[in-house]
Design a protein around this ligand. Sequence first.
Ligand code: BG6
Length: 487
Amino acid sequence: MTANFAPVEAFDLVIFGGTGDLAYRKLLPALLRRHADGQIPAGSRIVGVAREALDDAGYRKQLQAALADVADAKTLEAFLQQVGYRSLDARKDAGWDAFAEMIGEQPEHVRVFYLSTSPELFVDICGRLGHYRLNEGKARVVLEKPIGRNLASANQINDAVGQVFDESQTFRIDHYLGKETVQNLLALRFGNALFEPLWNNGHIDHVQITVAETVGVGHRAGYYDHAGALRDMVQNHMLQLLCMVAMEPPSSLAPDAVRDEKLKVLNSLTPVDDSNAAQLTVRGQYRAGNADGQHVPGYLDELKDGKSNTETFVALKAGIANWRWAGVPFYLRTGKRLPNRVSEIVVAFKPVPHSIFDSSAGTLAQNRLVLRLQPDEGVKLWLTIKHPGPGGLRLRHVPLDMSFAEAFGVQQPDAYERLLLDVVRGNPTLFMRRDEVEAAWRWADPILAAWAASGEPPRPYTAGTWGPSASVALIERDGRTWNEDSE
Ligand code: BG6
C-alpha cells in the first residue's frame, strides 16, 4: 500500500538547538525522510541555529555523518542543499541582524521557529524574534517540552512567549501525540460502535500505561538530573496518553474540540499530595546492571558529582473524578534502563459476572485491549475461546492481533515527521494548548512537593529490571498485575 502525502506550502524552518541531541536524532532525520518522499517544497529552507561557531559547510558535514543511515547518499546530498546554519546566542546581539535579514528574504514562506533548547532560553529567543518582527506573516513557534519545571515557571514562559506569538501561532509539541497508535486510539474509540458503550467504569476494571525504555540517561544527564521521570515523561507524554483514553467523545476533530475534552480530563485528575503520595507513587533510580545487551553504569555513575535524588523511574496510580471513570484506577509507569523498550496502553475489562464453566475448563481471564505504541505498533484484543479440537471444553486466552506494519505494509512515519508538517500546515490538533500544560503542572506540582517534603531518596533498582519491587506492590495490592505480555 502506498502512503498518501498531503502537500504543504514552501517554508523556512529554523531549529534553535540545531546541534543538539533532538535535532540530530529526531528533527533532521524526520525532515530528511519527508524530503525523500518529495514532501518538502522546492525553495524551502532549514536552518540550524546554535552558539557553536560553524558555517553552512561545517554543519552539513556534521549532518552528513549523523544522517548517513537515514537515506541514500544522493538523497542526503540533495536534502543538505536546503540546510544552512547560523551561529547565534539568544543572549547576545551578534549575528541577529544578518539572521533576520536572511529570514526576511522569503516573506511569503511559512516560518517555523522550533525551540529545541532549554526552556530558560524560550523567553530570550522569542523576545529577539519579536524585536525583528519575525513573528509576523505566517510565523509559528514550536516549544519543546518540558515547558518550565512547574506551574509558575510554565506560566512565566507562556506569558513571555504570548507577548510575541498568539496562541494560534504557538505549537507546544508532545511527540507522543504524533505516534500512529495514539491517533489510532481516536479511530478505534470513535470509528467503531463496539467499544464506546463499554468505555466506562461499568465495564472497565482498570487502565495501565507503560512507557519503558532500555536506554539510560547518558550524555543527557545535565538536562535530566534537573527534570526526572515525572517532569520528563509523566507530566506530558503519559498524561496526554491518559487523556486520549479517558476523554469524552469530542464533537469533531477540530483542534479545540479535542483539546477541550482533554483539558476536562486533566482538570478531573484526583489530587496526589502529601496526604497520599506515599501510597500512590513509587520513584526509583537505576543502579549498574545488565541492560540493552551490555553491562551499564548506574545513574549516579553518570553524573559529575555522583549524587542525586532524581528519579529515573515512576509508577503511580491515578484517578479521574467524573461519572465515566470514578473508581477506575489508571496505573502509569515509566523508566529508563528497563528490560525492554515498550510503550503500551492496556485497557482491562471487568470479569464476566458469572462463570458457567467447570474448573476443568481452566480459569477465565479478563478481556484486555492492548494498544502497542512501540515497537511493532498495533492492537491486540485478548479474548477467551475454546481450545480447538476434542478433549473437552478447555478455555484459552488468545489475542486478535493486528500489527500495523504487517496489515498495511507501510513503515509508519516517525511522530516528528507528521507533527513538523502539521506545524507548517498550521494544524494544532495534536499540540498542547496552554491551559492543558497548566492543568498538567497543577496536578504534577503537589507530587513533586510531596516527594521533596518526604526527604526520601528514590528506591534503587538494578538496570535491566522492571523498577523497584514497590511498583509491583503498587498494583498487586489492588489484586491486579502489570501486563505480562509487555514484559
Ligand atoms: C522524550 C524524553 O520526550 O521522550 C526522553 O525527554 C525519552 O527522555 C523520549 O527518551 C522517549 O521518546 P520515544 O519516542 O523514543 O518513546
